[in-house]
Ligand binder design. Sequence first.
Ligand code: NAD
Length: 322
Amino acid sequence: MKKIFVTRAIPERGVAMLKEKGYAVTVSDKDGVLTKEELIGRLKDAEFDAVLCLLTDTIDEEVFTAAGGQCGIFANYAVGFDNIDLEAAKRHGITITNTPGVLTETVAEHTFALMLAIAHRIPEGDAFMKAGKYKGWAPMLFLGTDLSNKTLGVVGLGRIGSRVAHHAVKGFGMRVLYYDPKANAEFENEYGAKFTDLETLLRESDFVSIHVPLLPTTRHLISSSQLAMMKRSAYLVNTSRGPIIDEQALVAALSNGTIKGAALDVFEHEPELSPGLSELSNVIVTPHIASATEETRGKMAELAAHNIIEALEGRVPPNKLV
Ligand code: NAD
């Protein structure tokens, strides 16, 4: 009987799919992230054939060694895979998969939720109301910023970035600039989007939204010099990965008025926030929940389970990275 280890409780649909195949499924009973030592302890000598892991698990050489030679696949419950050492996986002959596509719409929605919330000052207004401070309509109360007819700069025009651009153009009549290693002529024709270098995008955009993967080349892609290129009236939105922005530089830029505001779902030192970030009124933060709807987390669980089933039945899983 094939044995599967799931590193943390996920929506039941994924686990049920694995059980229906007759696999013995062990779900970590820890209420929280397993430390690397704990993960190694669970895998060592347990002879699991597959592991369903999360973006909060660091999966590297030592983990693959602990998993042993019979383990054929680590299926990541995320589209990002910066938590996994792909080269080490190749050396161990272990297949790695992710969950692309099923979360695209949800993350694009959350990006707009953040953009609208910071521009229309929703959290500030909500806190003001609940504190009983509202004394009646006033012409200058919580003046915000329109999205309509503004310029959105999309950094990384992949699955999520292009859906964000779609909503911007179709929903808000925004002009879209994008920066990506490769231009997309078809997209430009459909949406009137313009391919630029990063500096032009930062200088011309009213909203900048980050959608690149975390790679050695994208770590601190946005630091103090890039923030200084942005308009003082501009907002920065990040739903990709925290370390893409130099968070200490962002705190400085938000404090001294280099940019107007920021909305973040991901953080450089998760789950910690950089000193000063939570004291700022021109930033809103959500706890890495951009894909967290019931529908999407269920689909992610199903896709991760499907990748495991395909691998264990001798087929190439649809989302094989290596
Ligand atoms: P994707 O691979 O479809 O798109 C990434 C895009 O970034 C590609 O077009 C790629 O060419 C581009 N890119 C790569 N390096 C770049 C660089 N240096 N400069 C500019 N562009 C560059 O991925 P996706 O499905 O759109 O997901 C994007 C990222 O969003 C994921 O890698 C993940 O880290 C993050 N994400 C976060 C959440 C969340 O919960 N907050 C959820 C899903 C995805």
